[in-house]
Design a protein around this ligand. Structure first.
Ligand code: NAG
Length: 486
């Protein structure tokens, strides 16, 4: 593939990624840094109706607005496979970027007219829509890029998500839009409109056109658009055809995944890998609030929330070239363990902080290191692991099931973290994140296969065997030594 075509495809993939991830990243973070301003907004909204806002009312309204995101997301996850398989990847992407645009408008109106209900509805609509567009995006990235670039192009999603989170955090700082929620949520309407419009000229993915629509002419056009004019169209079509034949057997089902032992194992391993992403999802939403509880000045707390997110975004950019070099298994295990230790230090620092005041800066540092590690070796790998552990037929459903389970756990955690935090302080991290992650990492260490550079059928064989990774390692070593001797 000529360099100019690779460059063009990279630009296309970043455009697609940004079209989905602006809403995703912004929504994950815009409540974080301007937390005081939102409190004032809710107070004024209630006052205008003659209701006095107590700390208690504030807490549950705030919890509801923050967490409705995950509930809507959970609903959207199940709509995704249906829409994407029936109407194509582009249809759902465009329609739900449209509803995302409406959601952005609703949020803006909510601030203008002091109607927190609209903020709630806007957030709900945005979360359902984003769950669907995110799946469309992953399908687009996987299906429009040539095989040898598939991994690299899938990374554009994680990088753009990190950058948009950073943008959301930054926009919420006092000196930008943080003191003025009208500007903050008004500004977000503009990229939502752009995200809606840029999708129209993008053709449907070649795989969908050829396999499902059986439209060879349109598929050829699409390949020329994504792979460039010099693409060897007949070879690409032939390969897509091969994939289609293998896929004919029948559709995957939730029941099949739950009753088939090796699929169940893949599901469990994927969920355990995602277990390590939970703390960051909570922190992106709540870090300023949490750090303020550590007797930190709210200005410093904001800066460190931005710092953590910046470290995360930078981590994704630096981490992407290493994944294909060192493999998923060592990277995921090393950085997850590292992050558990970092969180443990956070708990220790937070406990000591009442005795030695400057130690609170240690708490801050922990979050920044955590963000970098996460971007470098945890986030992206954990999210695409599920699609590398199972054959094509089960891929999309397996992805939905793992993100659904992950979202349910996330809902429970984000609902409990703030009340528990007022009760037992930073020890909450011990119960909610450190202990569960530690158990998960041990199981992953024993059973997680390496997926880098291996064919799916080899990975499936390993999942089907009852042997632990250590036994397999020893056998592989033995085999290579034997072949060396021969
Ligand atoms: C709401 O605002 C009033 C003053 O307008 C203030 O007295 C009250 O403490 C505020 N409530 C909360 C929960 O901040």
């Amino acid at each position: 593939m000529p360099v100019s075509d690779t460059f063009k495809l990279t630009v296309i993939c970043f455009t697609l990624s940004l079209a989905c991830n602006f809403q995703y990243g912004f929504s994950a973070t815009y409540l974080n840094t301007p937390v005081d301003e939102f409190k004032r907004y809710l107070n004024t909204s209630l006052e205008k109706r003659g209701v006095a806002m107590t700390e208690n009312t504030y807490n549950w309204i705030w919890n509801l607005i923050a967490n409705i995101w995950f509930i809507g997301f959970f609903g959207g996850i199940w709509l995704g496979p249906f829409l994407n398989d029936k109407y194509g990847r582009k249809f759902g992407f465009i329609i739900f970027n449209g509803t995302n645009m409406i959601a952005s408008l609703l949020r803006f109106l909510a601030i203008l007219f002091y109607l927190p209900e609209l903020l709630f509805i806007g957030r709900l609509v945005a979360s359902i829509s984003t769950a669907i567009t995110y799946q469309s995006l992953i399908m687009f990235l996987q299906e429009c890029s040539p095989t040898h670039l598939r991994g690299a192009m899938s990374f554009t999603s994680e990088i753009s998500f990190g950058v948009c989170c950073l943008l959301g955090m930054f926009a919420g700082m006092d000196f930008i839009f943080g003191k003025n929620l009208k500007l903050l949520l008004g500004f977000a309407v503009v990229p939502s409109i752009v995200a809606f419009i840029v999708l129209f000229p993008m053709p449907e993915t070649p795989k969908f056109l050829y396999i499902v629509k059986k439209d060879k002419k349109a598929a050829t056009k699409s390949i020329n658009f994504y792979h460039g004019k010099s693409a060897d169209v007949s070879t690409v079509l032939h390969q897509i055809g091969l994939e289609a034949e293998k896929d004919l057997q029948s559709n995957s089902s939730v029941r099949e995944i739950l009753t088939n032992p090796y699929l169940r194992k893949a599901l469990l391993l994927s969920c355990l890998a995602l277990q390590n992403t939970l703390a960051l999802s909570s922190l992106l939403l709540l870090s300023t609030d949490l750090l303020k509880h550590n007797n930190l000045d709210s200005g410093i707390a904001k800066w460190f929330s931005v710092g953590m997110t910046a470290a995360y975004a930078i981590g994704t950019i630096f981490g992407s070239p290493f994944v294909d070099k060192y493999g998923r298994r060592p990277m995921l295990l090393f950085f997850s363990t590292f992050n558990v230790i970092v969180l443990l230090f956070y708990v220790i620092f937070a406990a000591m902080e009442s005795h030695i005041s400057f130690i609170k800066y240690g708490c801050l540092l922990c979050f920044v290191i955590y963000g970098f590690n996460y971007g470098f070796g945890v986030g992206s790998i954990a999210w695409f692991l599920s699609s590398e552990l199972v054959p094509q037929r089960h891929r999309s459903l397996m992805q939905s099931m793992t993100s659904a389970i992950n979202t349910v756990i996330l809902i429970i955690l984000t609902f409990t973290i703030l009340p528990l935090f007022s009760l037992i302080k930073a020890y909450v991290f011990l119960i909610l994140y450190i202990i569960p992650s530690s158990f998960g990492i041990v199981i992953l260490y024993v059973y997680l296969p390496e997926t880098k550079g291996r064919e799916i059928y080899q990975i499936v064989e390993e999942l089907k065997s009852k042997k632990s990774r250590r036994v397999i390692n020893a056998e592989e070593k033995f085999e290579t030594e034997e072949s060396d001797i021969n």
